[in-house]
Design a binder for this molecule. Structure first.
Ligand code: 3HC
Length: 297
């Protein structure tokens, strides 16, 4: 099967980014959200991102219009019925995802491939909400934030994924302009398996007085050439999200390296989620471009 029409579930940060990348790669793309308001909000982000690319000359004004023309929003599942692949990027809640997949399984054509962008929920546990035939066509495609800029997609297979479908998904990832890596359904896949313990260890180092927030960030940025230090990255990803992923990984592996440190838990309890709430390891409220480190320990 050749993928022509792409469905995206969820028009948040990840969903809108995935939709943008699919439409930019030439695919007819439909995004489903629960309300028109959320679609408009997501599409405003796409607009902003495309404008940046146009400003830099990476795309022409004409291409910008063509991308818009390939992108549409819907609040129904029925509009996704004839999609060749559906990439799900809704809330990280297993029950919500299972409910959505069960409904889509009834509506979509038998050939539709289901792909989840989950960062940590078991693909297998979502897959079992669908029929045995669909289970062969069920994979993970994990994108990275900001999706239009980050080059990687992890393509995840379960023990039931059909070999041909998996190869099609790898090919599709390449058609999106991304570099794909192959991985299996083990919580965290490759990137979060290695990233999450690193971020948690940075918090433990802070708790133990190894260095300040800015010194640890600067050390990792300049010492290793990382684009962001661990605290800047944590604030960027969202500390609530980081905590949630760590909890799932700890429950799966029962290893201390995945256990969220007390400081992270308390920050999340106190509403310090990072950039999105205005405060995390840094305070973004005065000058978001030059945030000041918080006094946390
Ligand atoms: N679309 C188009 N252009 C964008 C953009 C977007 N969405 N976001 C940023 N840009 C542009 C900016 O306008 C800027 O353009 P300019 O050079 O012309 O001014 C350029 O990209 C660089 O952006 P900034 O100047 O704001 O900042 P940086 O140079 O630091 O780059 C970054 C931003 C690409 C986000 C870089 O800091 C980076 O790579 N950070 C690490 C991101 C990362 O690790 N992401 C993965 C998180 S983990 C994850 O997603 C998995 C999940 O499961 C947890």
């Amino acid at each position: 099967m050749t993928i022509k029409k792409v469905g995206v579930l969820g028009c948040g940060l990840m969903g809108s980014g995935i939709a943008q990348v699919a439409a930019s790669a030439g695919f007819e793309t439909v995004v489903r959200e629960v309300s028109d308001d959320l679609i408009q909000r997501g599409f405003a982000g796409v607009e902003k991102s495309l404008a940046k690319f146009a400003e830099k000359g990476a795309i022409t004004g004409e291409q910008q219009q063509e991308i818009h023309g390939r992108l549409s929003g819907t609040t129904t599942f029925e509009a996704l019925a004839d999609c060749d692949i559906i990439i799900e990027a809704i809330i990280e809640n297993l029950e919500e995802k299972r409910k959505t997949y069960a409904e889509l399984d009834r509506i979509c054509k038998p050939e539709t491939i289901f792909a989840s962008n989950t960062s940590s929920i078991s693909i297998t546990e979502m897959m079992t909400a669908t029929s045995p035939e669909r289970q062969k066509r069920f994979i993970g495609m994990h994108f990275f934030n900001p999706v239009p800029l980050m080059k990687l997609v992890e393509v995840i297979r379960t023990i039931l994924t059909d070999e041909t479908i998996y190869e099609e998904a790898i090919e599709f990832g390449k058609q999106l302009g991304k570099t794909t890596v192959r991985t299996s359904d083990k919580t965290g896949f490759i990137v979060n398996r290695l990233l999450v313990p690193y971020m948690l260890d940075a918090i433990r180092a802070l708790e133990e007085g190894v260095g300040s927030i800015t010194d640890i960030d600067t050390a990792m940025k300049l010492g290793l050439g990382y684009p962001m230090g661990p605290f800047t990255l944590g604030d960027f990803v969202g500390l609530d999200t980081t905590y949630y992923i760590a909890e799932i990984m700890f429950n799966e592996f029962r290893e201390k390296r995945f256990a969220p440190p007390p400081l992270l838990k308390r920050m999340v309890l106190a509403g310090l989620y990072g950039r999105k709430s205005g405060r995390g390891f840094y305070d973004y409220s005065t000058d978001p471009k030059n945030p000041t480190p918080m006094n946390l320990v």
